[in-house]
Every structure is written in structure tokens, then in C-alpha cells.
Design a protein around this ligand. Structure first.
Ligand SMILES: Nc1ncnc2c1ncn2[C@@H]1O[C@H](COP(=O)(O)OP(=O)(O)OP(=O)(O)O)[C@@H](O)[C@H]1O
Length: 237
């Protein structure tokens, strides 16, 4: 059986004004979907709804037949985020931060440490494993945040600007690893301002002032499943 897609239907999210309006989009399993749009257009809000951090004012999220919103702002166990603000524990080492994500999921200490080590290697920061996070540069912290999310091998990976502080070489490392996650069947969604990230993605969703906008990329060779979700979605396959 193939892995489930993540489907958002007619999502509206309102605070003092409408931040998302009528957003219907599918994030397919096994593909990297880029979400781009101007600053303040709603990318983080969309990822937050998609991963169950916030409850949409109206509309539904559907992953494997269940809503992402669990009633308390905790994402379902299937979801991991790379947050824009990282959310690392400053006084713990890089390795401890990564291992913590596994310990919180019931993985034994020694196994969590081993897997954390491997995850740091994926992002070329194994040498920083024992360093306290508060001593690291912004770009190094960003890669620790990636390692902490990717180590979980969750079925849904939502990454908010995961390359914003990285040089080209490290950006390419993150792009390579996003592709690895998609290749094992995960739903991978990446909010980004970086055209290189869009270029390296399979699909591209554009959001503008809370609405899906026509995508900037051609739909030639489109995923047949896109037919149902054509608004604002371009496919690069
Ligand atoms: N809790 C909130 N209450 C009120 N307004 C909010 C809240 N969170 C976000 N906003 C507003 O919603 C809009 C969309 O914000 P969001 O962070 O989703 O945009 P974004 O596209 O991710 O921006 P950026 O590229 O700068 O990260 C912005 O105008 C922001 O000020």
C-alpha cells in the first residue's frame, strides 16, 4: 500500500483578519513540495495548519483518514517540523538536541545517541556534536534543527525556511536530504524564498496574501493526481 498524501480542503484561518482563505492543496507522499510567496503571505501559517499546530477556522486537514488538528496544538506523531526559529535547547549539545527528538518518542538512550550521530553526519556537522548549541552560528544551529527533524524519519516532514541561513554548499546538503526523505515515501513540504529550493523540488505551491496563486512553473508532465488540485499548484515531474 502506498504512503498517504496530506490533503487540505478549503482552509480558512482567521485571527484579527483572514490569514488563509479557501486554500485547497494536496501534498503528495514521496515528493518534495515547495511553498513560496512574499514575506507575510501565509507560508508559516499554512505549514502550521498542515501539521496540526493551529486549528483552521474552517476547512479540513486529512492524513490517512484523520485530521491533523488534535485539539491541543500538539502535532500528530506522524509529523515533524523544522521550525523557522529552530526551537533548540541552548544549553544542551547538538547531539543531545537531536537525540532528544528520539527520546521523546520512546527510543532508548544508546540507540538515540547513535542515530543522532548519524543524523549530524548527514548534515556535515558530526564534529559539532559535543558543542553546546548556544555556542553555534546561526547556520550551524539551522543544520542541527534539520538533523533533529530528519532523525525521526517521520511520514510527514514540514520544513519552514530550512536553508535561510546556509551557504550554497550546505543548502545543497539540505536539498539532498529533503530528497532522501521524499524517496523513502514521506510527505515533504518546504516553505522557502530561495529559487534554488523551488527548482530542486518536485512541485511548487505559491501563496499570496493567504490565497493560492497561479504557480510560476509549467505543469507539463504533471502528476495525474494534480487534476483535482490544480489551483496554484505546478508540478515539475
Ligand atoms: N498569531 C498571529 N496573529 C495575528 N497575525 C498573525 C499571526 N501569525 C501570523 N500573522 C500574520 O499573518 C501573516 C502571514 O504570516 P506568516 O508567518 O504565515 O507568513 P510567511 O509567508 O511565512 O512570512 P515569512 O516569509 O516572512 O516567514 C502575516 O501578515 C503575519 O503578520
Amino acid at each position: 500500500m502506498s504512503a498517504p498524501d496530506l490533503v487540505l480542503r478549503d482552509i480558512t484561518y482567521e485571527r484579527d483578519r483572514l490569514l488563509l482563505s479557501g486554500v485547497s492543496v494536496m501534498f503528495p507522499a514521496g515528493l518534495v513540495t515547495a511553498v513560496s510567496g512574499p514575506s507575510g503571505s501565509g507560508k508559516t501559517t499554512l505549514l502550521s495548519v498542515a501539521g496540526g499546530l493551529i486549528c483552521p477556522t474552517s476547512g479540513t486537514t486529512d492524513y490517512a483518514g484523520a485530521s491533523m488538528w488534535q485539539g491541543d496544538g500538539d502535532p500528530p506523531a506522524e509529523v515533524v517540523f523544522v521550525l523557522q526559529v529552530y526551537g533548540l535547547v541552548p544549553v544542551l549539545s547538538a547531539r543531545e538536541n537531536v537525540a532528544l527528538a528520539l527520546r521523546a518518542r520512546g527510543v532508548r538512550v544508546s540507540e538515540a545517541d547513535d542515530r543522532a550521530e548519524s543524523a549530524l553526519e548527514r548534515f556535515d556537522i558530526a564534529d559539532l556534536g559535543e558543542r553546546q548549541v548556544e555556542e553555534l552560528s546561526g547556520g550551524q544551529m539551522q543544520r542541527v534543527a534539520c538533523a533533529r527533524a530528519f532523525v525521526v524519519a517521520a511520514p510527514v516532514l514540514l520544513a519552514d525556511e530550512p536553508t535561510s541561513e546556509l551557504d550554497e554548499r550546505n543548502r545543497d546538503v539540505v536539498l539532498r536530504e529533503l530528497r532522501v526523505e521524499a524517496a523513502r515515501g514521506a510527505v515533504v513540504v518546504v516553505a522557502t524564498h530561495d529559487p534554488a529550493v523551488v527548482e530542486a523540488s518536485d512541485r511548487h505551491v505559491v501563496i499570496d496574501e493567504g490565497h493560492l496563486a497561479p504557480a510560476h512553473v509549467p505543469t507539463a508532465g504533471a502528476d495525474p493526481r494534480d487534476g483535482r488540485w490544480s489551483d496554484g499548484v505546478g508540478s515539475r515531474r
